[in-house]
Design a protein. Structure first.
Length: 245
């Protein structure tokens, strides 16, 4: 395969990966607490280029690749629901829940009361207090949650919600709205709990649509580049054959 085709094919592959990331973002545009993913690019340098130094072909030695994906933790808009067990966070931080394999962290604040009084997420994960214990309430009485995260019911203080913050690099996605971290995190001071609201996704559908058009145009240009190069190689081979006696 010639250098131009190799370079264009590498570009096509990175565009396909970008398209997958964008498609996943669009699929979660209406998912509460979802944080969009993005990509950063780099140039792949082959080992042959590193070994041969200055003699390497600059076209085949460096190829465009997606270096890594990263998550944009910018806040989504708050959407009032009127449900007292819906909660949104204004500021940094995550709710702590008990996942099947340990603690998980989320900005998706749609919670429910299970039959035994345990407050759980949509997936059934128990909402944790800052003590590490699950939040359990009386199913027959309303719950009030202060801006500071204190849970009140029947005039009694049931404790403080476990809201923690992390450095973004320490978080890893574990599903569309959950994260894991090897760190224990820190108390999210300055973060307010908004009862009766949820945080929407931070995906902008109009921006994503523009991005989709841009990616498709790039994909089309690279495809044409491959086709033109193949046509030129074919023509060159034919012309050479004509002049050889």
């Amino acid at each position: 395969m010639d250098p131009v085709t190799i370079s264009a094919a590498s570009g096509l592959r990175s565009r396909m990966e970008s398209l997958e990331i964008l498609a996943n973002n669009l699929a979660n545009a209406s998912t509460a607490g979802y944080k969009k993913d993005a990509e950063s690019y780099s140039l792949y340098v082959s080992q042959a280029a590193l070994d041969s130094g200055a003699d390497a072909d600059p076209v085949t030695a460096t190829l465009p690749v997606i270096e890594r994906n990263w998550t944009d933790f910018s806040p989504g808009s708050l959407q009032p629901t009127g449900n007292p067990l819906d909660m949104a966070l204004s500021g940094e931080g995550f709710f702590s829940v008990q996942g099947p394999n340990g603690r998980l962290y989320t900005r998706a604040g749609q919670f429910h009361v299970a039959g035994d009084g345990t407050v759980t997420s949509t997936e059934g994960y128990a909402l944790l207090m800052n003590s590490g214990a699950p939040l359990t309430v009386d199913t027959g009485h309303p719950v009030q949650i202060s801006e500071s995260g204190e849970v009140l019911q029947n005039g009694q203080n049931l404790g403080q919600l476990g809201i923690v913050r992390f450095a973004a690099r320490s978080l890893a996605k574990a599903g569309s709205t959950y994260y894991t971290s090897s760190d224990t995190g820190q108390e999210a001071s300055g973060t307010s709990v908004v009862q009766g609201s949820i945080e929407g996704s931070n995906v902008s559908s109009p921006q994503s649509a523009v991005r989709l058009i841009d990616i498709m145009r790039q994909f089309e240009m690279l495809t044409k580049a491959v086709q033109i190069n193949m046509d030129m190689n074919s023509k060159a081979a034919t012309e050479v054959a004509k002049v050889i006696p």
